[in-house]
Design a protein around this ligand. Structure first.
Ligand code: ADE
Length: 240
């Protein structure tokens, strides 16, 4: 018997086909094959009740665009909701929107502890707020820009979260040395050839002294963070 996946992703979307190549590729495909993750996309439109399969309508109070109906979304959500698991804190419903909390490494790491994540992808001008009030536990944004829909943000979240599920990234160590771990950016990396366009490898990396290499990498992480991300650098200083 294969063990139950550590993390189930359930996506509510009007465009399930946007997930096909993503889940067939690379990290996701391997994790799904090995049973570390599971993935299911649910077509919101299947829960429309009129003969035109209407999922959206114009906003009350006027304004541009269309808003997803709460009743249709609620039916779609109910079809995947596991009330018992939810009651135990084992399921979380996440709505991707620019109004949400910014996704960062600590949030991704925390979401990886939750066995079942329901990701709701909005479109048009958004979703009726009553659905958010009733069903959504957490609203998440992937950055301060507006995208056409929640599908790319959902994929970004799935990728960032999956990296924290044990066994999904081959060498656990590579996750812990990544950018943002310990609050610093990653050090520069080099591979063959030893000379490229007249450029050499930093000599310390050729010496084989692991303590020197570790010290050099740490110094590079600090230098980059200070120059490129003063915001992270300031927080790093306050942590110490
Ligand atoms: N939907 C549209 N834009 C978004 C963003 N920046 N983050 C999350 N969901 C979104």
């Amino acid at each position: 018997v294969t063990p139950a996946p550590s993390l189930e992703f359930v996506v509510l979307t009007l465009f399930p086909e946007l997930f096909t190549s993503f889940v067939k590729t690379s990290l996701m495909a391997r994790a799904l094959r090995h049973g570390k993750l599971s993935f299911e996309a649910v077509q919101i439109r299947d829960f429309a009740t009129d003969k035109h399969n209407t999922v959206d309508d114009t906003p009350y109070g006027g304004g541009a665009g269309m808003v997803l109906r709460p009743d249709v979304l609620h039916s779609a959500w109910r079809s995947v909701d596991d009330a018992e698991l939810r009651g135990e804190g084992g399921q979380l419903t996440v709505y991707l929107s620019p109004q949400g909390r910014l996704l960062d490494a600590p949030l991704a790491r925390r979401l990886a502890q939750i066995p079942r994540l329901i990701l709701v992808c909005g479109h048009y001008e958004g979703v009726d707020e009553r659905f958010v009030d009733e069903c959504v536990d957490l609203e998440v944004s992937i950055g301060d820009y507006v995208l056409t829909g929640g599908e790319l943000p959902a994929q970004v979240l799935m990728d960032a979260v999956s990296r924290w599920v044990p066994g999904v990234v081959g060498k656990e160590k590579s996750v812990s040395e990544d950018s943002f771990e310990g609050g610093l950016l990653k050090y520069p990396q080099y591979t063959r050839p030893r000379e490229f366009n007249g450029l050499e490898i930093p000599p310390v990396l050729l010496g084989g002294n692991h303590a020197h290499i570790a010290a050099w990498r740490q110094a590079e992480r600090e230098k980059r963070t200070r120059l490129r991300r003063p915001d992270l650098w300031e927080r790093y200083g306050r942590r110490k």
